[in-house]
Design a binder for this molecule. Structure first.
Ligand code: 6PG
Ligand code: NI
Length: 184
């Protein structure tokens, strides 16, 4: 018998992740309590405003050691006050689990924070590649005027710890200062 060559079962075409078992999640203003600093402007923003979408695929059961997630995140352009639309951000629940991000479309900034609350950031653009070490919280802001899309891959047993960031935030914020993304 000859070895079979089959078509792939997963696609990410123009940033859309397709295939059996792909999951989609949306994050709207109403889901992003405690993310933005300007609570006044936040309170006046339509709670249904779409901020970001995540599609993900996991070929094994969640938590399987050695398994890998594949994900695509799309952050819409926009701001709350002078702060760009961004993800909630998290440490992994198994805190030593690392992750890769890579820029696909648009412009953004990856904001990183270690357990000592030291913050640094990297520009994201189509073709940029980012290694996020374990023990480092990660959040992405869309600093452009178009959709920002990035890919991600992380361990199946990483999980998410949103609580730490929800309570204490990142030690620095990325704001639009006279049109320039600035960490303050
Ligand atoms: C993960 C990835 C990534 C992330 C999304 C949305 O560990 O799952 O870092 O898929 O979840 O970009 O960001 P938040 O999870 O912080 O909302
Ligand atoms: Ni992560």
């Amino acid at each position: 018998t000859s070895a079979a060559v089959s078509n792939p079962t997963l696609f990410f075409n123009g940033g859309i992740l397709q295939g059996e078992g792909v999951e989609h999640a949306t994050r709207r203003i109403k889901d992003l309590d405690n993310v933005f600093q300007d609570t006044k402007v936040f309170g006046k923003t339509d709670p249904e405003t779409l901020v970001y979408e995540v599609s993900s695929f996991l070929p094994v059961a969640e938590g399987t050691p050695g398994g890998l997630y594949f994900g695509l995140t799309h952050i819409h352009p926009g701001k709350v006050g002078n702060e760009y639309f961004m993800t909630k951000g998290h440490f992994h629940a198994l805190i030593d689990r690392a992750e890769y991000y890579w820029g696909i479309k648009g412009e953004g900034v990856l904001i990183l924070m270690n357990e000592n609350r030291e913050v640094w950031a990297e520009r994201m653009f189509p073709g940029s590649l980012h290694f996020i070490p374990g023990r480092v919280a990660h959040r992405v802001a869309n600093t452009g005027s178009q959709l920002l899309s990035f890919g991600a891959s992380w361990p199946a047993d990483a999980g998410h710890n949103y609580e730490e960031i929800r309570k204490n935030g990142f030690a620095r914020r990325l704001i639009d200062k006279n049109g320039i993304p600035t960490l303050i």
